[in-house]
Ligand binder design. Structure first.
Ligand SMILES: *Cc1c(COP(=O)(O)O)cnc(C)c1O
Length: 368
């Protein structure tokens, strides 16, 4: 189905978009697929771009801020965009097993799509540093989960070697099809706004996503679908900021486990995106991440993971530099439900426990 046909079908079916076919069909002409590619999809993509006025108000000067809520993908993170491509292409060449290292979301997505394709999925995770929701997903989707005593970077070294020695396909973001799928998020942003935003704020771990967005923005720009290109603003956690400080971090540490990565695979491509877009990288502390996380949840009703909140934390930290009247998009990479421990330990909610079970007590607590 062409994009035009697809848009037409959307018009006919109305705003509910029951017919969204997944991003490979929606953007087929922009992706390295052919009739020989068996499309493995959970109808990922088409995530909403949501205005966040409470963030915009903090910046003022007529700035418009949106979040691209990619936590609404089928497994709850943007990793689905890359995985539909990586698994479809792996199936096309007859692969029967995939492997990845993961801080959690890649393993959830790899597990789901691999099982849908009838493949085995092996996932290596840093023992004790994967959020509960993500681990639960990998287990339920039937992955073979290997928790190692070591961090993500070590796990990635191992799976890279494994993919060279054994009949398993690597589906980390070194796999070029991952980035191809992920670039569709930039297409969706432009399709929604009619143009690229002035700033694109995004958290960086392995820096595949910032690379993919930049690729997508450039492709649409070159094809005349956007008049401008955004500045790519990449954010890392202070305890895990190898790209900000142009170094590697031996022992990365942050509450935002999805970006707890000390030696990003896509370092050079991320630097090129920064340079080509006149962008900037900055680090944000865990406290700043949690403040943004609470602001999104408490003021906007948007529950994202701590890693995702780094994009909004970074925007707020650099807010003095946002041009008057600018349009800013912050990428919310993952769903808040992924990390319930973080939520329960970091909120300002009124949570009254151990109450007597009668109306009088309840009314009193309510202040009536
Ligand atoms: C994977 C991930 C990131 C980091 O993306 P990279 O492509 O590795 O830079 C950020 N947030 C969440 C929720 C993720 O799952």
């Amino acid at each position: 189905m062409s994009l035009l046909q697809n848009l037409r079908r959307r018009l006919i079916t109305g705003p509910v978009m029951q017919d969204w076919p997944g991003l490979i069909e929606a953007y087929r002409g922009w992706l390295p697929v052919s009739d020989a590619t068996p499309v493995v999809t959970l109808h990922e993509g088409a995530t909403p771009l949501i205005p966040v006025p409470s963030v915009a108000e903090r910046i003022g000067r007529g700035v418009k801020v949106y979040v691209k809520y990619d936590g609404l993908n089928p497994t709850g993170s943007f990793k689905d965009r890359g995985m539909t491509m990586a698994i479809s292409k792996a199936k096309e060449v007859g692969c029967e097993a995939v492997i990845c290292a993961s801080t959690g979301n890649t393993s959830a997505a790899a597990a789901a799509y691999a099982r849908r394709a009838g493949m085995r999925a092996f996932v290596l995770i840093p023992d004790g540093y994967v959020a509960q929701g993500k681990l639960a997903q990998a287990l339920v989707y039937g992955a073979e989960v290997l928790a190692i005593r070591g961090n993500f970077d070590r796990a990635l070294d191992i799976v890279r070697e494994a993919a060279e020695s054994y009949p398993v396909t690597l589906v980390n973001s070194v796999n070029p099809y991952r980035l191809q799928g992920q670039k569709t998020a930039a297409f969706e942003v432009i399709d929604a706004l009619g143009n690229a935003p002035d700033w694109l704020c995004i958290p960086m771990g392995n820096a595949g996503n910032i690379t993919a967005y930049w690729m997508g923005f450039q492709e649409y720009y070159q094809a005349g679908h956007s008049r401008t290109l955004p500045r790519m603003m990449g954010f890392q956690a202070s305890g895990s900021a190898p790209l900000v400080h142009n170094t590697t971090v031996e022992d990365p540490n942050t509450i935002a486990t999805a970006i707890r990565i000390g030696n990003p695979v896509n370092r050079d491509k991320a630097l090129a995106a920064r340079e080509g877009s006149n962008g900037a990288f900055l680090d944000v502390t865990d406290a700043e991440i949690i403040e943004a996380y609470k602001l999104l949840g408490g003021q906007e009703g948007i529950f994202c993971e701590p890693a995702s909140a780094a994009s909004v934390a970074g925007l707020l930290k650099r807010s003095a530099e946002v041009p008057e009247g600018a349009t800013v998009v912050c990428v919310l990479t993952g769903n808040g439900l992924k990390d319930p421990d973080c939520a329960i330990n970091n909120n300002d909610a009124a949570f009254h426990t151990d109450l007597d079970p009668n109306l009088e007590t309840v009314a009193k607590v309510m202040g009536f």
